[in-house]
Design a protein around this ligand. Structure first.
Ligand code: 4NP
Length: 153
């Protein structure tokens, strides 16, 4: 099973989701079974390290991030089993890629898995520490329930 986390810039939300997912999956000794990656819908941060504020907040929460920014490609829709968009704008942009129409069921919103509900993982880029922690909390609990749903199926 391969999961792709997608946001706009691939420096805040999606590399954090990838890092949290990998952190939890390796603790469960499932790293050989569940692969993951992240990317952005935009080309703004290709090759860039994650935002320093994301790295700092993740570390504060015990999660280390290692990723370089990349942009989504149509083939990602072939190569991944599940493509999780951080917000509705990301979802729309992914569905505009040719191959998304062949695999529409693969593309979902991250917060579909949030046990507290909600639609968008808010973009923290223009926010402060509080917003980065809010994003961490949303993604953390959504990934817990995502992993739970994998383990049940
Ligand atoms: P992300 O946040 O989509 O969570 O990585 C953003 C990062 C960069 C920009 C916007 C959002 N930007 O406009 O450069």
């Amino acid at each position: 099973m391969k999961v792709l986390f997608v946001c706009l810039g691939n420096i805040c939300r999606s590399p954090l989701a990838e890092a949290i997912f990998k952190h939890k999956i390796s603790k469960l000794d499932l790293a050989d079974v569940w692969e993951s990656d992240s990317c952005g819908t935009s080309n703004y941060h290709i090759g860039d390290q994650p935002d320093p504020r994301t790295i700092k907040n993740a570390l504060k929460n015990g999660v280390q991030i290692s990723h370089l920014g990349r942009q989504i490609e149509p083939d990602d829709l072939e190569n991944f089993d599940l493509v999780l968009a951080m917000d509705r704008a990301n979802y729309k942009d992914i569905m505009r890629l040719g191959k998304a129409t062949t695999h529409p069921h693969k593309v979902q919103l991250m917060r579909r898995y949030d046990p507290m509900g909600g639609e968008d993982v808010p973009d923290p880029y223009y926010g402060g520490e509080r917003e980065f922690q809010e994003v961490f909390d949303i993604i953390n609990r959504s990934i817990d329930s995502l992993i739970e749903s994998f383990r049940k199926s």
